[in-house]
Design a protein around this ligand. Structure first.
Ligand code: GLU
Length: 434
């Protein structure tokens, strides 16, 4: 018979044979099982994940589900299995089991988001973009909000599995890809980083003959010209699509061919901007202008859901590392540059107002998408097609205003005592807990 080596009233005795194996995660196993040994069942672990906002489709849970394939939900997780599971995703499991994720009280936070959703859903102002029929036909009542924290805690409410075109939200992504591939010096030889003070498709360049920044059409056409120019057009598109896939934790990313075709047919201004830039020698050498324009229209016609887009925003909030896969997609310096420009130029002619009132980096698109980033905390994707006169989603802006009323998230809230008493969803606003 095995010799019992320890026994106390609160803890199930464990046996010498168990300690001999010396499982690395035995202390955590014991600390959780201390109060009630039977607590560590598959069901209870799953419940913990659910409460913390870790979704069942999270790639980090794959091994856990594999492990429990032949097990019953109520079955106790043996310390060997526990160790096995933790070996695979120890950071995530430790954080979840200790309740130490970016937003510790995720249930309350999700409830607050739900309340804001309900309140803003009734705001029916605005008008769907109609410059191409394909956008005009979208159901104007659609509204979805998804959240993804830097630890991959996710919450979605509304029409969050409907696909919509990314439109101008492709601009920050293309800019990041260009920066990561070619470096800041090269990229900014061809595009500035100053708000233009003019409309997003205004026929204007800065005093160096370059587009003002990558968040307006001319600048986005310019950054598109830099993405893998030596590949053929199909491979260039795959390259960008694959980047969206990585940013979204491997979600399915779509493409709307009819939007692409009609973008192409109604693109006089984008053609004019491109010829104007070419006249000013703004493009990198050997740029094939017509090919670049097609490529840019294709990038705008990429389709996504808010569920997936919130992970893209979460990746930016997390300095370029995808929260659900841990894959480093962009360098932190790249993301820093991108967020700086989203902050100053991301919301069309409302960018200054948005920075003033909301104090967060964001990018919107004419499809009604808003990509909102709360650095080191979370990313949020909002989609609602009705736009205001400046081209921003009405419900999207309303949501941001309500969020800022409830939570101290404006970049400079920390300076004001009365604002400090507002809630913060995260444990630590400034330090990234890894
Ligand atoms: N495809 C649009 C254009 O280039 C993008 C519009 C937008 O979302 O700002 O005109």
């Amino acid at each position: 018979m095995e010799k019992e080596i320890k026994k106390d009233t609160n803890q199930k005795p464990f046996l010498a044979s168990e300690t001999k194996k010396n499982y690395k995660h035995a202390p955590l196993y014991r600390s959780i099982s201390n109060e009630n040994y039977s607590k560590i069942s598959y069901k209870n672990i799953l419940k913990k994940f659910e409460v913390m906002g870790i979704q069942k489709d999270d790639p980090r849970l794959r091994y856990f589900f594999e492990n429990m394939k032949d097990k019953k939900l109520d079955e106790k997780v043996s310390d060997e299995s526990f160790n096995d599971i933790l070996e695979n995703q120890s950071k995530l499991f430790q954080k979840v089991l200790k309740g130490n994720l970016a937003v510790p009280d995720f249930t309350s936070f999700s409830n607050e988001i739900k309340d804001i959703y309900k309140k803003t859903r009734t705001n029916n102002q605005g008008k769907v973009a109609d410059y191409i029929p394909q956008l005009k036909r979208v159901d104007p009542g659609m509204y979805g909000i998804s959240v993804c924290t830097i630890d991959g805690q996710r919450y979605s409410i509304g029409d969050t599995n409907e696909y919509f075109c990314v439109q101008s939200t492709c601009k920050p992504i293309n800019y990041c890809i260009a920066l990561d591939d070619l470096g800041e010096d090269f990229v900014h030889k061809h595009v500035g980083h100053e708000p233009s003070g003019k409309g997003f498709n205004e026929l204007t360049l800065n005093d160096r003959g370059l587009p003002h920044n990558p968040m307006i059409n001319s600048g986005a056409i310019m950054t598109s010209s830099m993405l893998k120019p030596n590949l053929n057009i199909a491979d260039r598109f795959d390259y960008v699509l694959n980047m969206w896939k990585k940013l979204s934790g491997s979600h399915r990313i779509g493409f709307n061919n009819s939007v692409y075709l009609s973008e192409k047919q109604t693109a006089d201004r984008n053609f004019a901007l491109s010829y104007f830039m070419r006249e000013n020698n703004a493009f990198p050498e050997n740029t094939n202008l017509l090919e670049v324009l097609e490529f840019y229209f294709q990038c705008c016609s990429i389709e996504i859901t808010t569920d997936a887009m919130s992970i893209v925003a979460g990746t930016l909030a997390n300095g370029g590392v995808c929260p659900t896969t841990g894959i480093k997609v962009f360098h932190p310096e790249t993301v820093k540059n991108c967020l700086s420009l989203m902050y100053s130029c991301g919301m069309y002619d409302f960018s200054g107002e948005f920075a003033f009132r909301i104090g967060l980096p964001a990018k919107s698109g004419v499809s009604g998408a808003v990509l909102l980033v709360i650095p080191n905390v979370m990313g949020i994707a909002i989609w609602s097609p009705k736009l205001d006169s400046l081209g921003n989603s009405v419900k999207g802006l309303h949501f941001c205003e309500e969020l800022i009323k409830k939570y101290s998230l404006h970049n400079y809230d920390t300076l004001i005592i009365s604002q400090q008493s507002k809630k913060r969803p995260s444990i630590s606003p400034l330090s990234k807990r890894k």
